[in-house]
Design a protein around this ligand. Sequence first.
Ligand SMILES: NC(=O)c1ccc[n+]([C@@H]2O[C@H](COP(=O)([O-])OP(=O)(O)OC[C@H]3O[C@@H](n4cnc5c(N)ncnc54)[C@H](O)[C@@H]3O)[C@@H](O)[C@H]2O)c1
Ligand SMILES: CC(C)[C@H](C(=O)O)[C@@H](O)C(=O)O
Ligand SMILES: [Mg+2]
Length: 367
Amino acid sequence: MTDRSLLILPGDGIGPEVMAEVRKVIDWFGTRGISFTVTEDLVGGAAYDAHGTPLTDATMAKAQEVDAVLLGAVGGPKYDVLDFSVKPERGLLRLRKEMDLYANLRPAQCFDALADFSSLKKDVVAGLDIMIVRELTSGVYFGEPRGIIKEGNERVGINTQRYTESEIARVARSAFELARRRGNKVCSMEKANVMESGVLWRQVVQEVRDAEYPDVELSHMYADAGAMQLTRWPKQFDVIVTDNLFGDLLSDLAAMLTGSLGMLPSASLGAPMENGRPKALYEPVHGSAPDIAGQGKANPIACILSFAMALRYSFDLGSEAERLEHAVNAVLADGLRTADLMGPEGGTPISTAQMGDAIVAKLAASV
Ligand SMILES: NC(=O)c1ccc[n+]([C@@H]2O[C@H](COP(=O)([O-])OP(=O)(O)OC[C@H]3O[C@@H](n4cnc5c(N)ncnc54)[C@H](O)[C@@H]3O)[C@@H](O)[C@H]2O)c1
Ligand SMILES: CC(C)[C@H](C(=O)O)[C@@H](O)C(=O)O
Ligand SMILES: [Mg+2]
């Protein structure tokens, strides 16, 4: 047993495929004396198939106990017919909510070797390094009332955008703290022009900045304009803080600036516990990719970089995280590409497993 515990939840679709490559990386660190006590369990459709629920109470309890949870992806067309309350995605949302993982960090970094590949011009993305901080435990994802009700002869679908002051303030603090360690700039995105929750969001973020972070530059942008600016000139941003739904959309958009959705990792963090570390779940931003599942085509880099974030944020292993990120960069610099990192002109892609092996080989060569 080590004092570093990890719960791995591979999930559905390409989740188990990309997680298998992370296991190789974990094993390699083990050979270097940095070991983890790993347990594996089911989430999403895989848990539903086995237990009739996308997350059992026992798995939930395990997630609360470990230092970090690493999740692959959940969902898929097979489960589209299920009742909403047992859909695979509900398992992930329960983890986020019950672990109180309110700050979702989604870094969009363009690796040098991919600057030519982005759908945007090279000078727009080369060297790009932005951090989206998405509020993850509130907003329209969780607000009440919700549901589908009958009104006269019609069905009405209802979801509620709801934010309390303290929910906004705590994620704003996460963004300002991160900014201080980066470019010292935060842009907050909402729709204060049409939503009261957006008005409150803007006020509270400004108040937190004025009272506690006067040294950090703060700007505000409507989220629709923010989406436009992200594609026009993304390097104007350092840290972006935004709500749950806008953060979901903007982070998929930001992923494509880096070349592929298969490149973007994430860390979902709660408040620091007594040991100074946050409760944490790490997962790639992408989903279960049913269109390529089972074919060895998935890019494992987003999941591997999510493990790098775990090294940094949950285990104080910042230099090991950097070593892993450098290994990814070196593999890309060698020209190795999974299919998602190839343009219409084509080339010969490598498989999910070959990408994992190449990254481990670079790690080994780095010592
Ligand atoms: N965190 C999660 O578990 C998560 C995130 C997003 C979507 N989902 C779920 O995944 C299912 C499919 O959703 P979707 O198709 O809208 O989104 P998706 O992210 O699964 O796929 C979108 C597109 O990106 C490609 N892609 C995604 N990840 C890739 C990777 N690592 N390598 C190469 N290509 C990759 C897919 O092939 C697909 O063409 C849904 O059930 C959705 O709810 C889960
Ligand atoms: C699968 C789904 C619940 C999830 C979300 O909407 O948060 C996903 O899209 C994400 O980006 O993590
Ligand atoms: Mg998403």
